[in-house]
Every structure is written in C-alpha cells, then in structure tokens.
Design a protein around this ligand. Structure first.
Ligand code: DC
Length: 228
C-alpha cells in the first residue's frame, strides 16, 4: 500500500513511545507495529527452545518461522506465540536482556524485516521501535524520535514498578537504563538514532497528551488528514 498513512516513532525505552503509539493507533484507527515485541518474542522462543543467543543462523531461522500474531482484546493487544498468550512473559528482565542481545545481530534484523514491513496495511500504521524511520520504513513522511533524559526515564520506570508493588532502587534502574542506551546507540547494526528527517520531541517535561497532540499536529500538517 502507499506510505501516506504511516507514522514512525523511534526512541529509547522509557521515552513514552509505547503509550503514545497505542493512543495514536486508537485515535486514528490505524494498525500498530510494536517491533520491540517481535525481538522479545524471538528471544523468548530462543530461550524456550535452548537456541544459543549468539547462534546468528539458528536465530534467523527461528525468526523466519515464528508463529506470532497480535490480536486486539478490547482494552489492548494479546501477543500470541503458537496460539499461547505470552504477553506477560515478554516483560521480564531476562527476556529484555536476551532481546537486546538478539537485536544486535544483523542476520536476525534482516530476518525480521519482511515481517515488520507486512504490517503496513490500510487504513494506516503507527510503527514503534528503534529503527522504524531509519531502516524499516525510511519512506515514511512523518517520523518522530521521542526522547527524554535518562533521569526522567528512570523515574517513570521507578514509579511504574512501585505502583506494581516492587521494591526497587532508582539508582539501579538509572544505571541499567544508561547501560542499555549505550548499547542501543552504539551497536554496529541499525543503532538507535533519529532519522535525518525525523522530528525530535523531548518528552522530559511533557505529558503523554502533550506528546500525542504534537504528533497529531505534525501529522495533520504533513499528511493533510483530519484527526478530529
Ligand atoms: O522496545 P522494547 O524494550 O520492547 O525492545 C526490546 C529490545 O529490542 C530492545 O533491546 C531494543 C530492541 N529493538 C530493536 O533493536 N529494534 C526495534 N525496532 C525494536 C526493539
């Protein structure tokens, strides 16, 4: 399909990307690609099937054959692997670390490329990730890079975990965030960076609604669609 109705949103974890993308997809009635979930599912399947996380060819083969689907459930999206809902299992620290490892392998990234491109369907797509505007959909007319200071992202993560009843140290969260940022921004393949034609939004002092409004204003300007 044409690239008219396509918005890419890249940025580091904790920038608010996931929430912003869900709200936008709902408001516009477009599809949503959560590309991070694909890397997490691959990592989860590799851990389950005892595929070594440095075996590029075996991981790429697994990526090509994964039976994955994302199904709306009214309030959100269920992530199905072989018809099993694995949504909660993907959010653990073990899977996050493994996802970050497999995501740094070029063969894996190219194996997941066609699967990601296939999400671009009528009536439109919000693509959430690290390389949506640079690698997967370089042709997109609306590209956003959503950032926030590491301290603010750590505070958001800390609040989320506290709300869930976890007793965590903000200093530890901040150091993990800085470590992951460094790896994401400095890896050889598809490093995290704004596309040259992306609008960079710093969400450090913005609410989610303010970010959504900014993206919609830009989208209306560039795509001439009505978001009323
Ligand atoms: O956004 P997330 O935390 O669910 O992403 C999981 C991992 O996958 C993270 O280490 C970054 C990586 N990732 C990536 O390399 N490219 C993407 N387009 C999306 C995620």
């Amino acid at each position: 399909m044409s690239v008219e109705n396509l918005i890419t949103i890249d940025g580091p974890s904790g920038s608010g990307k996931g929430t912003v993308c869900h709200i936008l997809a709902k408001k516009l009635g477009w599809h949503l690609l959560d590309s991070g979930a694909l890397y997490r599912i691959l990592a989860y399947a590799a851990l389950q099937q005892k595929v070594a996380l440095n075996d590029a060819q075996a991981l790429a083969d697994l990526a090509l054959t994964l039976d994955v689907s994302f199904v709306s459930n009214g309030s959100g999206v269920d992530t199905l692997l072989n018809d099993e809902n694995v949504g909660d299992k993907l959010r653990t620290e073990v899977v996050a670390q493994a996802a970050s490892e497999v995501a740094s392998i070029e063969l894996v990234r190219s194996a997941l490329l066609a699967r990601q491109k296939a999400f671009l369907q009528q009536p439109g797509l919000i693509a959430d990730g690290r390389d949506m505007g640079t690698v997967v959909f370089p042709e997109a007319k609306v590209k956003i890079f959503l950032d926030a200071s590491a301290e603010e992202r750590a505070q958001r993560r800390f609040n989320q975990l506290q709300d869930k009843g976890f007793n965590v140290s903000i200093a530890q969260i901040l150091s993990e965030i800085k470590e992951r940022d460094y790896r994401d921004r400095n890896r050889a393949v598809a490093p995290l960076r704004p596309a040259d034609d992306a609008l960079v939004i710093d969400s450090t002092t913005l609410t989610i609604d303010q970010v959504v409004d900014k993206v919609l204003t830009l989208t209306e300007l560039k795509l001439k669609i009505s978001t009323e």
